[in-house]
Ligand binder design. Structure first.
Ligand SMILES: *Cc1c(COP(=O)(O)O)cnc(C)c1O
Length: 371
C-alpha cells in the first residue's frame, strides 16, 4: 500500500486528461495562454474571489502576494510555526522577519487570540494557514487585522473548497484575505502533474501588480516596469487542472465520507484524538490527522504492518536549523512542539479503496488493542 497513489486518479479520468493534454500540445501555446486564463477565472469563481493569477507554485503564490503587498526588509510578518516551511520561508525571502504565534491545539491552526500581543510597528501582514484542509479562525483574524491595518494572506494550499460559516454566511477559503494562495502540488486536493499555484484576490489593482511581478515586471512585451523574476503557470498544467476541477467537489465529498468512517472506527479508542472541527467549519481533509501520545510507536507498528503513514510536521518551523537566526528556542511554542510529537496522518484520498481503509483501521485498532 502507498500513502497516496496518484496513478489511481489518472486511471479514473484518463480520457479527460489525455484529451486535455493532446489538445494543448496541438494548440502549440504553452505558457500563460487560454487554459491558464480559463483556470484563473474558474478558481476565482470557485473560491468566491474576484480574480485569479496563475503562478508556478504555491510557494511563489505566497512570495508574490507578500511582494505585491509591499513586504520588504525591516518588516515583520506573523504566521504559525506549525506548517510547511514555505509559509515562513517566503517571508524571509522578502527580507522580512517571520514572527511566530503558537497554535490552537485542537485545530492545529494559528491561535487568533495570541496574534495581537506580537504586533509591533514593523508588522505588515499575517499569514494564517488552513492546515490539513480546515480553515483558521478567519472572523477573529480579519477583525484583528482590519483594526491594526495589517494585510492578510491566506495560505490555503491545503484548503481549496474548505468553507467557514460566519454570522449565517458561509464563505470559502480564499475569500477573506487580501490574497489567498493555492498550491496544485500533485498530492494536494486539486493536483497538477508538476508544480503549479494560484493567487486569488478581490482587489483588481493587486491582481494586476502580481501579473506584472510573475512575468519579469512586464505588462507590455519587452517593456519592464520593475525588476522581478519568472513564475508563470504553464498551459499543460492548466489544462490538466481544468479537466480535474469538475471533479473536485465530488472528490472533497469522498474525503469527508472517508474521514467519517475513520472517526466512527476510532470513536471508542481513548488514546486517539480524531480531528476536531471548529464551529462553522467545513473541513476538506487534505490530511486526516489523528493525535496520540504513542505516535512514534504507532507509526512504527503500522509501518511493520505495511501501512504507510506521514507526519505533518515533525519539526516546528521555529526549531528548524534554517530559522535558527531568528533566535527562537525550544519551549517558545509549546502547543506546536507538542503537536509535532503527537500528530500522525493516515491515508486519505478519493481513490483509496474501502478494503485499504479497512486494513488501516484494523492495524490501528490492533495497536491499541481495541475492539
Ligand atoms: C504545499 C504547501 C505549500 C507550498 O506549495 P508548493 O506548490 O509546493 O510550492 C505552502 N504551504 C502549505 C501549507 C502547503 O501545504
Amino acid at each position: 500500500m502507498k500513502f497516496i497513489d496518484l496513478t489511481a486518479q489518472y486511471r479514473s479520468i484518463k480520457k479527460d486528461i489525455d484529451k486535455a493534454v493532446g489538445e494543448t500540445i496541438n494548440n502549440g501555446s504553452f505558457i500563460l495562454g487560454k487554459n491558464a486564463e480559463k483556470l484563473e477565472k474558474r478558481i476565482a469563481r470557485f473560491t468566491g474571489a474576484k480574480e485569479g493569477v496563475g503562478v508556478a507554485s504555491g510557494t511563489d503564490a505566497l512570495f508574490l502576494s507578500l511582494k505585491a503587498l509591499g513586504v520588504e526588509p525591516g518588516d515583520e510578518v506573523i504566521t504559525t510555526p506549525f506548517s510547511f516551511v514555505a509559509t515562513a520561508e517566503v517571508i524571509a525571502n522578502c527580507g522580512a522577519r517571520p514572527v511566530f504565534v503558537d497554535i490552537e491545539p485542537r485545530t492545529f491552526n494559528i491561535d487568533a487570540n495570541k496574534i495581537e500581543r506580537v504586533i509591533t510597528k514593523k508588522t505588515k501582514a499575517v499569514i494564517p494557514v488552513h492546515l490539513y484542509g480546515q480553515m483558521a479562525d478567519m472572523a477573529a483574524i480579519m477583525r484583528m487585522a482590519k483594526g491594526k491595518g495589517l494585510a492578510v494572506v491566506e495560505d490555503a494550499a491545503q484548503a481549496l473548497g474548505a468553507k467557514q460559516a460566519i454570522a449565517n454566511r458561509t464563505k470559502t477559503a480564499g475569500s477573506f484575505g487580501d490574497t489567498a494562495c493555492f498550491s496544485f502540488f500533485p498530492t494536494k486536493n486539486l493536483g497538477a502533474y508538476g508544480d503549479a499555484g494560484m493567487i486569488v484576490t478581490g482587489d483588481s489593482a493587486l491582481a494586476q501588480k502580481i501579473k506584472m511581478l510573475r512575468n519579469h515586471g512586464s505588462v507590455k512585451k519587452y517593456r519592464h516596469e520593475s525588476l522581478s523574476f519568472s513564475s508563470r503557470l504553464d498551459e499543460l498544467q492548466a489544462a490538466i487542472l481544468l479537466a480535474k476541477l469538475q471533479y473536485l467537489k465530488k472528490w472533497n465529498g469522498k474525503r469527508r465520507r472517508m474521514a467519517a468512517v475513520y472517526n466512527r472506527a476510532f470513536a471508542n479508542v481513548e488514546e486517539i484524538q480524531t480531528p476536531f472541527i471548529a464551529q462553522g467549519n467545513n473541513h476538506i481533509y487534505h490530511q486526516y490527522t489523528i493525535r496520540t501520545k504513542k505516535r512514534d510507536e504507532l507509526a512504527e507498528f503500522l509501518k511493520q504492518n505495511n501501512v504507510p503513514t506521514a507526519i505533518h510536521y515533525p519539526l516546528p518551523l521555529h526549531l528548524q536549523p534554517a530559522f535558527k537566526y531568528l533566535g527562537y528556542k525550544k519551549g517558545d511554542f509549546p502547543e506546536a512542539e507538542r503537536a509535532a510529537k503527537e500528530v500522525l496522518s493516515l491515508s486519505i484520498y478519493p481513490e483509496l479503496k474501502k478494503s485499504e481503509q479497512k486494513k488501516i483501521i484494523t492495524a490501528v485498532k490492533n495497536f491499541f488493542n481495541a475492539k
